[in-house]
Design a protein around this ligand. Structure first.
Ligand code: ADP
Length: 873
């Protein structure tokens, strides 16, 4: 943003200029009385973004200064709107009040930036989505490597999660898709593609030595190695984040978990295009409705929802870890009464992690402390229920056993909070009544003094009423005057004759008096009030310190959250008749009676979902699926991909049986559309995605792909689809479902041994079609395009003309003269002779032995018989 020259500025504006200079990229919220004011370009931008009035204040450089403002009381609404639009906001607060100043001192009150609010560094509930993590990420390129490699770190300051990874350049976008950060710190050179708008370029950079030293200090270890193994760039990226957070939080750092480095291979790779096509956490409109998350979540806490979202977003590849999660919810499912009790307890569970983060940043309020206390209480309730079930059944699963001791952490803190904190403390510290009576003698004394004096005032009012014989006389508290006697103006004239009454104020309607006695009392009350508030604040801060010193709270919070996610899975399993998937290290793939969780959930009560099975095991790795549009192909493709995500996330699967050999990379290309924003046509998008599959998929991948070659001419498209299918079959050899409307491909790819044709069952009736949504072996006989057009309401004459044209085109197209060659031998680079059909090699061998010029008709006929035998085998 361009800032005008500060020359000639008034003292207040000079202050604005010097603060703005510190944060030129942020909108400066400049505190003036009860408003945050914005000036110059900031005002123009904010007025437009917030749709508020743009006014002017004074002059600078001969022109009026554009200005707009928001009231302090409702500032968080405006902030939230600006942050959602991607702006950063620097908050400049008054750091002194007029009463702090020595008498006679002139000039504006001093102001300082108390916080920089950016999309990735939020802590307030009003600014955050309760069920979603909010990450700020940092990316550091590895300088010495030939191919691009990056250290990436990400932190959610609202919960203290701190993780890192080291990835190849080609995997950077997969990782960003998984983290889904709100802000990314990195230099301009790093390609961010779809995340470009989230980039924040830092001016300062740090060396490895500084980063490792500072991080070791922050986590209180001798050397950074003590925190685990990290790549150099991960360390620097981690420290850049800490440094940035510190800057945004006016020097403070929230409580953070120790950094965890995630190896790329330990998580199922899902690229952004796959995520987009599967609606895992967000649908194409950017909300949570009709997503995998919404159809499987039965969590009852916001933290539980965040953890479940994380499981779905980053499914695992290690069987033991997946099975641990499974065991956890199976145990709860087997103990239905335990499950019901846990759900009941969890419904009242607070968001401990977010409360803790606000407390550690000095932004905590009484309710945050209450959240900690309630969380500790809930931990104990969970421990006691788990324990009684363990005693009853003599059994508990390993995951729950491993975390069971954490539920009892923080006993001393709980005792303190129980004794000190009111059951339902107010929202703000200033409202008082946070600390219970009986917790602190000094506080009780001040409160008694205050309350007793109040009673004395009540008595005094009665005395004065009878003494002056005015029944409407009242003693009131006035902000500026303190306690005063208030009577009507007429009564006031009468009272002026009493020498011990001092007139403080007289208006047309009212007269206000005081007495020495009342003045003394008023001062006593004021003093006791101030002392009580100060004492209460001090006790409140002490309790916060105690809570922050209790370093077991994050692990307690995580354990409660884990129970919520496990119970959610158990409910899902019990309620919806899903199955426990079996996972293996080979390439088995068998789903029986599988359903699409999102479509099925959306269909409830309207129709029933037709389940389908899918077997991509050893010699049938590729399913070639044909069928008309609207027959259910893409639904089937997606449900298979979603089953892998569910299974590897450790959840139940929407099928009667699921056997899945661990998938390392999931590719789903269903429903590609154009990407005009990046100048790419539908066909270009299709081909870019096809290229990314062919370049990255391996033998343990799962590819589900729909309608390749749709965006170009028929023959072009079919040739590309055909060649791609051959590559997947012969070279990559991964489990694949290849859906196409080119039903001719079935005949052309009969030589691909592991490729089996399937089709969507449709019934032709009365010259129309009825979709059965059933996947059956075989091939579609036609494309049924004209029938689908009819269903869509295309006018009859157009349909009749299309039918006529189709019949003629088919006659020409099915020319028996056209034959297409078998695939060329594999190239040296990707040779895979074993994948060619066996007959092919034998035919080749036989043909090599003959010389056609030497053959007699009889010999030729014999060879022909031989060849026929070979292919009939
Ligand atoms: P295609 O990809 O073949 O064009 P879709 O998968 O988009 O077809 O399915 C079209 C519609 O059919 C879906 O929106 C859904 O309402 C319905 N559908 C798909 N599969 C099933 C099924 N197995 N059972 C019931 N309805 C289904």
């Amino acid at each position: 943003m361009t800032i005008p020259s500060p020359e000639g500025a008034t003292p207040v504006m000079a202050q604005w200029f010097s603060l703005k200079e510190q944060y030129p990229d942020a909108l400066l919220f400049f505190r003036m009385g009860d408003f945050f004011e914005l000036f110059f370009k900031d005002a123009e931008v904010a007025a437009y973004a917030l749709d508020i009035a743009l006014t002017a204040r004074g002059n600078h450089g001969g022109s009026p200064i554009p200005m707009c403002g928001v009231p302090i009381g409702t500032a968080s609404n405006y902030l939230s709107r600006l942050i959602k639009k991607g702006f950063k906001v620097a908050i400049a607060e008054q750091t002194e009040t007029p009463s702090d100043r020595p008498k006679g001192q002139k000039g504006p009150l001093s102001r300082a930036i108390v916080r920089l609010i950016t999309p990735g560094t939020l802590t307030e509930d009003e600014l955050l989505h309760a069920e979603q993590a909010n990450y700020v990420a940092s990316i550091i390129p590895q300088q010495k490597s030939k191919t691009p490699k990056f250290g990436v770190a990400w932190i959610d300051i609202s919960t203290g999660v701190f993780e890192t990874s080291f990835v190849d350049g080609s995997k950077l976008n997969d990782l960003l898709g998984r983290i889904n950060p709100s802000e990314i710190l990195c230099s301009k050179e790093i390609p961010l593609n779809d995340y470009e708008t989230l980039r924040t370029v830092l001016r300062e950079h740090h060396t490895l030595n500084t980063a490792a030293k500072e991080l070791a200090e922050l986590f209180n270890v001798n050397s950074f190695e003590a925190l685990g193994h990290f790549n150099d760039e991960e360390i620097i990226a981690g420290y850049e984040l800490i440094h940035y957070i510190q800057k945004t939080q006016a020097g403070k750092i929230p409580q953070l978990a120790r950094p965890q480095s995630q190896r790329y291979e330990s998580i199922l790779a899902i690229d952004p295009a796959t995520r987009n096509s599967l609606d895992i956490l967000q649908n194409s409109n950017g909300n949570q409705k009709f997503t995998l998350f919404s159809s499987v979540s039965h969590t009852v806490t916001a933290a539980g929802a965040r953890m479940l979202a994380n499981w779905l977003s980053a499914p695992l590849t290690q069987i033991e870890l997946i099975q641990k999660r499974q065991e956890g919810w199976i145990y709860l499912h087997q103990n239905a009464a335990l499950l019901a009790e846990l759900r009941k307890i969890l419904k009242g569970a607070p968001d401990i992690a977010r409360a803790l983060s606000r407390l550690s940043l000095g932004r905590g309020q009484p309710r945050d402390l209450a959240s900690i206390r309630n969380g500790l209480e809930i931990g104990r309730k969970i421990a006691s229920i788990l324990n009684s079930y363990k005693e009853e059944t003599g059994r508990v699963c390993s995951l729950i056993q491993n975390i069971s001791e954490y539920f009892l952490y923080g006993e001393e803190l709980l005792q303190d909070l129980r004794a000190a904190l009111e059951e339902n403390p107010p929202l703000k510290l200033e409202e008082g009544f946070i600390i219970k009576t009986g917790y602190n003698d000094e506080l009780d004394t001040y409160r008694r003094l205050r309350d007793n004096s109040r009673q004395v005032i009540v008595n005094l009012q009665e005395d004065y009423k009878s003494k002056f014989n005015i029944s409407t006389l009242k003693i009131k508290h006035h902000t500026q005057l303190g306690h005063i006697i208030e009577v009507s103006a007429t009564s006031g004239t009468k009272l002026r004759d009493y020498p011990d009454l001092i007139l403080r104020q007289g208006t047309a309607n009212l007269s206000r008096f005081t007495t020495i006695e009342l003045n003394e009392l008023s001062e006593k009350i004021l003093e006791a009030n101030i002392l009580a508030a100060e004492k209460e604040k001090q006790l409140f801060c002490e309790l916060i310190d105690k809570a922050l010193q209790e370093n077991t709270l994050p692990i307690l919070a995580k354990s409660i959250t884990m129970i919520d996610v496990l119970q959610s899975c158990a409910v899902l399993y019990s309620k919806h008749n899903w199955c426990i998937p079996t996972l293996s290290d080979d390439t088995t793939f068998k789903l029986t009676h599988c359903r699409h969780p999102i479509v099925e959930a959306a269909m409830q009560h309207k129709a029933t979902f037709t389940p389908n099975s899918c077997d991509l095991s050893q010699n049938k790795k590729i399913m070639l699926l044909t069928g008309p549009n609207m027959a259910g192909k893409s639904t089937f493709l997606r449900q298979v991909a979603l089953s892998v995500i569910l299974a590897q996330a450790g959840l139940p699967v929407a099928a009667s049986e699921a056997k899945i050999g661990i998938v390392d990379h999931l590719f789903s290309r269903v429903g590609a559309s154009d990407d005009l924003a990046h100048g790419r046509s539908t066909f270009m998008v299709e081909m870019t995605e096809a290229a990314s599959i062919l370049n990255q998929a391996g033998p343990k991948s799962l590819v589900v792909i729909d309608e390749i070659g749709r965006g170009t001419s028929t023959l072009d498209g079919m040739a590309i689809a055909w060649a791609m299918l051959e590559t997947l079959h012969n070279t990559i050899q991964c489990r694949t479902i290849f859906a196409t409307h080119f039903h001719e491909l079935v005949e052309s790819t009969r030589h691909l041994q592991s490729c089996k044709p399937f089709t969507m069952k449709v019934q032709e009736w009365d010259n129309s079609i009825i979709f059965q949504y059933e996947v059956i072996p075989g091939a579609a006989e036609h494309s049924w395009g004209i029938h689908v057009a009819q269903l869509a309401g295309v006018p009859l004459p157009t349909l009749q003309r299309a039918q006529y044209l189709l019949e003629n085109l088919e006659k020409q197209y099915h020319n028996p003269q056209i034959t297409l060659p078998l695939p060329p031998p594999a190239t040296e680079e990707k040779k895979n002779v074993n994948s060619l059909p066996k007959e092919y090699k034998e035919i080749e061998k036989l043909l090599k032995t003959i010389d056609p010029d030497e053959l007699t008709p009889k010999k030729s006929l014999n060879i022909l018989y031989e060849l026929k035998k070979l292919i009939d085998k």
